[in-house]
Design a protein around this ligand. Sequence first.
Ligand SMILES: Cc1cc2nc3c(=O)[nH]c(=O)nc-3n(C[C@H](O)[C@H](O)[C@H](O)COP(=O)(O)O)c2cc1C
Length: 358
Amino acid sequence: MLKILFAPLQGYTTGIYRKAHAEIFGGVNAYYAPFLRIENGKPREKDLRDLECANADCANAKCADIAEGNARDLNAREIPQIIANSVDEFKILADALIAKGYTEIDFNMGCPFPMQVNRHRGAGLLNDAPTVQKIMDEIAKLSSATNETAPANAKKTAPIKFSVKMRLGQESPDEAFALLPILNETPLTQITLHPRLGKQQYKGAIDFKSFEKFYEECRHPLIYNGDITSVSQICEMERRYPKLAGVMIGRGMLAKPSLAAEYKALCSNEESSSAETRNINGAATPLNFFDKLLQMHQVIFDNACKTFQGDSQILSHVQSFWEYLEPSVPKKIFKRLKKAGKLSEYQEVIIEMRGSRE
Ligand SMILES: Cc1cc2nc3c(=O)[nH]c(=O)nc-3n(C[C@H](O)[C@H](O)[C@H](O)COP(=O)(O)O)c2cc1C
């Protein structure tokens, strides 16, 4: 069975979203938080707050569990991610997360947004082997069981685990292959590869030929990421790439939050798979998918109201939940959800949608 990882998506998979998904749909082995970046020389406060949202005032016990890395729901873990253009930025961000108690951190070398690429971050780092080498040296330092030689009374630091999420390159796949020997020598838990170039952003053909070469040459557990939207595609990846450690899914999971649970249910229950049985096992079936969506929305809505103030902040949080769900919502309702400028208008539409289910 492949590991199913929920990809980070800035503006969508917020802390509130991640907790609600784990509670209502689940099936995910780990949730990757959108990147933490430097702002005015410091870790960006808004990103740090998002990581903390589970602990502070969320009344939901499961949220706290996930933050501690031991959620009841299929051992789902929450892994923070950082984006940096130098070893100095990297250290500031990694230190901030380590100080918060995180012991596993993902490093972003794939973001294609011009704001980041032009600042030499994300995919903009892929053609700079010397800087990547320095960052990987820092990772090696932080990953080793550090102060074994320190005096017996010195405080022991736990080794930190690192992974990398990357593309094939900004301009050419040669960039990833030039970096691979450096990455192979670094103690990483896994590499997630999105086999596109930064200049393609999230569209255009996926380069499976280069993915296969990377798959053969990569010495770390490899995770595939890109355009997965169905259980059959996950099974096909498993069949085609037997050494694959997992798949990371982003937009496909936003559009179908039951995807991971459906795959897990299929794997654990191949032969006796009546819709009702799968239901008991926690996976969403066509029968209850929409009701679960409404439940997940309610959890997000309630937590957004507790966390944010003012209609516009709350609305931007809850409206983004529906964005990739357009095919699952009646057209007219979808339009009104997106257009609502006041919380009261938005709630009216939700009540109507609920009513239509009863
Ligand atoms: C709006 C948006 C925001 C994203 N934010 C991040 C991010 O913070 N960190 C990251 O590593 N990838 C980010 N990604 C990339 C996704 O994690 C993922 O790699 C990409 O969507 C391809 O996977 P998918 O086809 O399964 O969606 C973002 C993508 C989108 C569309």
